[in-house]
Design a protein around this ligand. Structure first.
Ligand SMILES: [Zn+2]
Length: 262
């Protein structure tokens, strides 16, 4: 999960329309989510979320090019039925993270209940609710936890921070086999390239041969790409992925050198 930039005041107009207000009123009247047409799922909202999230899942960061793109409720709509159409409650998510998260929403303080909030106010209730509830799950639209995320040499993700760890392990299960495999592909390709250059380097001492692949890895470490948190971690902790100590030093110093130039 990485911080995304969402403009909370630029609410998609369609979420403010009468038809959504009627659905909101129906939910309020029955104290439950009962919109069988799921009116938060509309093309213009999907399009905006696709852009904001660069077509990536808010939690696992895999690219959802051809995969189903779920519009996920940070606070589950079945419990927080009055937030079903709230712009600051809608995230982009993959199917697996969405179903792992389900209807659960662990909090550390007092749970909010509906308190006569009106339709015109629903898009900006989250910040106040966060203060009262202190959710355990990270909200990628509001929190930057990049430096609290770590990986081991097998590309498994972990954190020492209680909330980040809750999000990784309990809420979204970000060490699913398929996610580990996708992250491993990134690092294995890089390790293989570095090993190949190192074998040549032992003979010709030509350090320049490493540069294109080092630069390429650095270039691909951008928020638009899948698994940015993992790429960012590798960039700053490359040594843990190499057994050979000399190679560890070479890769580390070349990344540092690039950093110095930027
Ligand atoms: Zn996901």
């Amino acid at each position: 999960m990485i911080k995304v930039e969402k403009n909370f005041t630029d609410i998609p107009t369609i979420l403010t329309k009468k038809i959504r207000e009627d659905a909101f009123d129906t939910n309020i009247a029955s104290s439950s989510y009962c919109d069988d047409k799921n009116r938060y799922k509309v093309g213009s909202v999907q399009k905006r979320l696709n852009e904001i999230y660069h077509l990536k899942c808010a939690y696992c960061e895999q690219k959802l090019l051809d995969a189903p793109k779920h519009i996920e409720h940070y606070r589950p709509k079945d419990t927080y039925y009055w937030l079903a159409y709230s712009w600051d409650n809608l995230l982009l998510c993959c199917g697996a993270c969405n179903s792992a998260k389900g209807n659960r929403f662990a909090i550390q303080k007092s749970k909010i209940t509906y308190d006569n909030e009106e339709f015109c106010d629903i898009h900006a209730l989250g910040n106040n609710y966060d203060l009262i509830e202190e959710p355990k799950i990270i909200n990628p639209e509001k929190e930057d936890v990049l430096d609290l995320i770590f990986f081991d040499s097998d590309a498994k993700i972990y954190s020492d921070d209680e909330r980040v760890n809750h999000t990784i392990k309990k809420a979204c299960n970000l060490n699913r086999d398929e996610l580990i495999e996708l992250r491993k592909e990134i690092i294995t390709d890089f390790i293989n390239r570095m090993n190949k250059h190192y074998l040549h380097f032992l003979h010709d001492k030509n350090i320049n041969a490493f540069f294109p692949d080092i630069e390429n890895f650095r270039e691909n470490c951008k928020k638009e790409n899948d698994f940015y948190a993992f790429r960012y971690f590798v960039l700053n902790n490359s040594e843990i992925f190499f057994e050979n100590r000399v190679l560890q030093k070479i890769v580390k110093s070349l990344f540092l050198n690039l950093k110095g130039k930027k």
